[in-house]
Design a protein around this ligand. Structure first.
Ligand SMILES: CC(C)(COP(=O)(O)OP(=O)(O)OC[C@H]1O[C@@H](n2cnc3c(N)ncnc32)[C@H](O)[C@@H]1OP(=O)(O)O)[C@@H](O)C(=O)NCCC(=O)NCCS
Length: 149
């Protein structure tokens, strides 16, 4: 798979997965700039059907001893089938191979994705007040989660 088709696959989920009110989706340029960095990686799940080939993706950044999950999404058509959980399992394996012992992430406080993270073993470890600027101009706290792998 070349870089362009991996980015196409990611964007096909990105556009469908994020509610625009939170302003969380990345544009194509942000994805391609991130993945051009040597320490930033994607995991893409291609278990979709002919119409929507990509079911989900995540983007992650490695730093010495730790990994930061930057973005994870599953197409609405394929939710609650364990795809995000499976990608987290793969991430933990890849991150360990890169020498990480912890995974961190930051999430807007009211995101139901918290249930996924807690199920995986993440624990809330911090709060950043008014960290996210929403598309309506309001702000929301970020919760930092961490898990040992
Ligand atoms: C969050 C998201 C990635 C979850 O993907 P998913 O493939 O549906 O998640 P999984 O099927 O692997 O969920 C595993 C478990 O996590 C929990 N979970 C996942 N989504 C949940 C939700 N919306 N509400 C409550 N619990 C949830 C459940 O315990 C679930 O197990 P169950 O289905 O047996 O009850 C998906 O809803 C999504 O793309 N959301 C929009 C993008 C987003 O907000 N991403 C996170 C911030 S970057």
């Amino acid at each position: 798979m070349n870089d362009t088709s991996q980015i196409d696959a990611i964007m096909a989920v990105m556009q469908a997965a994020f509610d625009p009110q939170w302003g969380e989706a990345w544009n194509r340029r942000q994805v391609s700039d991130a993945l051009a960095l040597p320490n930033t990686f994607a995991i893409v799940n291609y278990t979709g059907d002919d119409e929507q080939k990509t079911a989900g993706f995540l983007v992650t950044r490695h730093a010495p001893g730790e990994e930061e999950l930057l973005l994870i999404a599953v197409h609405p058509k394929y939710r609650r089938q364990g795809i995000a959980y499976q990608m987290l399992v793969q991430l933990a394996k890849d991150a360990r191979e890169r020498g990480a012992s912890r995974i961190f992430l930051e999430m807007r406080e009211n995101n139901p994705a918290a249930e996924l993270y807690v199920k995986f073993g993440f624990e809330p470890i911090g709060r950043r007040k008014s960290y996210y600027l929403l598309s309506d101009g309001n702000r929301m706290d970020a919760i930092t989660y961490g898990v040992s792998i």
